[in-house]
Design a binder for this molecule. Sequence first.
Ligand code: SF4
Length: 436
Amino acid sequence: MTLTEPTTRAAASVDLTLQLISTGAADGAACSPELVKGPWEFDSGPVAYGPGSSMGDVIPTGSPRQGQLPTAYREAANDELHERIRAAKATLGDRVVVLGHFYQRDEVVQHADFVGDSFQLANAAKGKPDAEAIVFCGVHFMAETADMLSGPDQAVILPNLAAGCSMADMANLDDVTECWEQLEELYGTEPDADGRVPVIPVTYMNCSAALKGFVGEHGGIVCTSSNAATVLEWAFERGQRVLFFPDQHLGRNTAKAMGVPLEQMPMWNPRKPLGGSTETELLDARVLLWHGFCSVHKRFTVDQIDEARRTHPGVHVIVHPECPMPVVDAADSAGSTDFIVKAIQAAPAGSTFAIGTEVNLVQRLAAEYPQHTIFCLDPVVCPCSTMYRIHPGYLAWVLEELVAGRVVNRIEVDDSVAAPARVALERMLAAKPPAA
Ligand code: SF4
């Protein structure tokens, strides 16, 4: 596990880069000119996740909405917000722990007590049983996981309720339940001669608590991008095939590396009868891939890799397994954010890396490891739009509310959902191979 100490690298921040591009003070391109606005400009918007990599995705009806951030926080200069955050944290002391995801903007990450991926941060929260409040600077499903793994008296707070995840939102409980019923009708429910049930549900950590609960109730398991292969092995020991959601790319890349042929990995599109496959294809399937994806990692292309190799001979290309399969195949290596960070840490000085993951992490790594040349594969600056909804203004607001004795934006998972979800998470932990 790599949980890093936060550092202040304002010069490398994506936010600053975007401001400079917008004024013409720096070369470069951003995917949306609206990225330089405050995220509160979009809180009352209709159905958009806001500018950035997920802006083309549609927010499901019923997703949490963020109310108007008080004017004082919207109008305050960044320096003032940073001062207020520091003061509130100092007042609260050990009563609060602030968690910052790797993909979060630097202006927020600099105030985090821990920085890491979603599961590392949920575990970090678990290690602070005395903190009354856990402020999770990430997205909604991460705060839900932290709530399920933290104590019952600890309040998990998401500074902006509009910080969802477009990938997580691509699979909902109704659609997965309907899919499951169709599969049960096709496959039956009886185990084969080896005791393996017809299908095991496997969900990526990036999903709602409701879906974690669903897999817990149906003999399934959760995975992360670090342990997807171990989890699939666990599932194949117990089932003839796997239903993998919501990220088709992580499922495909992992299963392919394990030797599952592509023709035995049909896609399940919830908007099509039988998911868009024939009965024969489904009967022959080893892994059924849900029709979901990450809009951030979908931006990476083989052309970008070719360009990186042309302009930087000897470059090492590392991409996240949420990238499409041709991109993973063309890269030198693929792995989770933790894998990427460790690869950079272990490299000899003077190495060159082109990275296919969220730009906030890439720019931070470039600043933290000046002995290397590190750049994002995508030349267009396009952060995860939902992560970008957390801004120092929201962080200052939730912390000052805590100082005043008020808990705002609390994320709570009902125990009827949390109990089976914890079962699925515990299966994952038990399936984890011993640390090397
Ligand atoms: S980077 Fe992709 S998977 Fe992660 S929060 Fe953003 S949209 Fe979701």
